[in-house]
Write a protein of this length. Structure first.
Length: 125
């Protein structure tokens, strides 16, 4: 596995059913099929952080901020809609990143794509 955060994030996102990548606002972003965006890379996008922003289930943004306000933050523009910012320029738990990315995907993916995901992966504990 590479130490490049973008390469690692890309691999996690593109492992999801029919996930696609294209630039959005000058940064790599990932979409559920031809549908909605679920993750956006943020390479010092309006601040000094290397991070990504992701869709989050209700309450997750607040829970992660309460857990570690250094690692997690409310991203500009989409934070008011519950999206979560996650720093990648600090020590990173890539298993947690994979779980957050899957949660983000589930927030925007169609029922068909979610059923493909469920069929391909064992339930999380």
């Amino acid at each position: 596995m590479t130490d490049d955060p973008l390469a690692r994030l890309r691999a996690i996102c593109l492992a999801l059913p029919e996930a696609t990548e294209r630039n959005s606002h000058g940064e790599p972003a990932w979409f559920a099929g031809t549908g909605r965006q679920f993750v956006c890379f943020a390479d010092h996008h309006h601040d000094d952080r290397l991070a990504f922003w992701c869709a989050a289930p209700p309450g997750q943004q607040q829970a992660m901020l309460a857990e570690d306000a250094g690692q997690f933050f409310v991203p500009p523009y989409v934070g008011a809609r519950g999206w979560l910012g996650v720093r990648l320029d600090l020590p990173t738990d890539w298993q947690l990143i994979a779980e957050l990315v899957e949660d983000a995907y589930r927030q925007v993916a169609s029922k068909r794509l979610i059923s493909l995901l469920d069929a391909a992966s064992p339930p999380r504990a």
